[in-house]
Every structure is written in C-alpha cells, then in structure tokens.
Ligand binder design. Structure first.
Ligand code: 6PG
Length: 238
C-alpha cells in the first residue's frame, strides 16, 4: 500500500484525480474498466477530475461501474449513480452504453445477482472474478469500505461477486461489490480525507502493519495487489 500525503483536501483530491486521469490516458486495452464509490469523497473527486480537464479525455473506451449503491430510486439524494451523473457523467462525453449503474430501485438480492452477471459479461475474468483496471474506494469513519461494514461478517464472507447489505439503523440497504471482487482489481485508489477519519485511519494503518486486519478497509488494503491511499491526515504525532 502506498500513502500519498497532502497538506489540504484540495491537494489530496487533485492528486488522486491526476493519477486517475493519467491511468485513463495511458489505457492500453480496448476498454478501461473503472468502478466508482459514492459518498462525499466521490463528489470531491468528481470536482477535482473536472478541474483537471477530464472532460477533454476520450471516454468512449472507458466503462464505468459502481462499487456500491444505496437501495432506492435514482431520484433520491442518496443515489450514488444520480450524484455521479449530476456532478460528472453529464459533463463528459461518454456513451450511455458504457455506464453500468447498480439498480437501487430493484430487489437488493436480485440486483446483486444481476450486477454480478453484468460484471462477468463486461470485464475480463481471472478465476471467474472480474479484474477491474481501477476501483476508487472510500473509507467511512467507522472503517467500512464499499458497503462492507464492521461487524457484518456476512458481507465480508460474501462468496459472490456482489452482495446485498441489509439496512441498519438509518442506513439504507445497499448492493455492493464483494471483498473478493474489490481485491482482484489491478489498482485501487482510496481517498481518506478529513479529521473525522484520523483515529480510524491510524487504527487501519496499525492493523495493516501488524497484519491483524479487523476493519473492512484494512482487510481490503492488505489483500489487494496495488493500493494507493491519498490523505490529508497525519495519523500519528510527527
Ligand atoms: C457509499 C460509499 C462508501 C463511501 C464511504 C466513504 O455508498 O457510502 O461507497 O463506501 O466510500 O462511506 O464516504 P465519504 O467519502 O462520504 O466519507
């Protein structure tokens, strides 16, 4: 795992945007398969990508998927797809046929099965698992990533390519890529920005170093092949 430290959140998201656009511009194979997360970090990344000129990129050979989606209509403010469309997709020239949203309005279990099939049909497989060129993850202040939440072992053990995460408290049910699919990616980029994540980021790093991974984020970071974390947090006193 590589960690890129920036003094400000703006620098942090600018750096991840530059690295992602650099990968996209150097694409070798016909399609570059990219999966995006949702939440606040995703919105900051979209703004950074647009400010770095991503609209000038040739998007016709990029396929866009989602790491996870909250269950509900695309009219909901919670919809990761709708937010990506409003802030990003509507501002780049990408064929609609290259955009593969998770249908939040469908039954979660059925949609997890459908989306697993979509991945298999569109992304090169290794051992039956789709290998994304790049997955952009986020990490919540509780150490979750994608829709794999601490203490929800079923999600972590999900054997499929995607799974349905149940609603919990005020959290909507979700459909998410499973840990197995995420860690198979060639490259994972993960912004972890904001003081509210400092304690968790410190613990995640400690778990990663000791290889005693309890948080979903540290488990994914330790199992994945190539992870770059972009942060404005110094997780330890320096
Ligand atoms: C989601 C995301 C989720 C997100 C983290 C970080 O749908 O909620 O995919 O995994 O990446 O919760 O969210 P923030 O960037 O908003 O802190």
């Amino acid at each position: 795992m590589k960690i890129y430290y920036s003094k400000t959140q703006s620098e942090c998201f600018g750096l991840i945007a530059e690295d992602l656009l650099d990968m996209l511009s150097k694409r070798r194979r016909r399609f570059f398969n990219l999966a995006l997360s949702g939440g606040g970090s995703a919105e900051k990344l979209f703004r950074a990508m647009l400010s770095k000129g991503c609209a000038d990129l040739d998007w016709k050979n990029v396929k866009i998927f989602w790491v996870d989606e909250r269950c509900g209509p695309t009219s909901s403010s919670e919809s990761n797809y709708a937010n990506a469309k409003r802030l990003f997709l509507d501002k780049i020239d990408i064929p609609q046929s290259n955009v593969f949203r998770i249908r939040g309005e469908a039954s979660p279990e059925r949609e997890a099965a459908r989306y697993s099939k979509v991945l298999k049909e569109n992304i090169p497989l290794s051992g039956g698992v789709p290998v994304f060129d790049c997955i952009v993850l986020g990490m919540g202040a509780d150490g979750h990533t994608a829709s794999i939440f601490p203490g929800e072992a079923r999600a972590a053990r999900a054997h499929g390519l995607c799974f349905a995460a149940p609603a919990m408290g005020n959290r909507l049910a979700r459909v998410s890529l499973s840990e197995k699919t995420i860690v198979a990616a060639k490259k994972i980029l993960c912004p972890i920005a904001g003081k509210d994540k400092r304690d968790t980021f410190s613990k995640v790093l400690g778990q990663y170093i000791r290889q005693d991974c309890k948080y979903p984020a540290s488990r994914v970071f330790s199992k994945a092949g190539d992870v770059s974390v972009y942060t404005d947090i110094l997780p330890f006193p320096v």
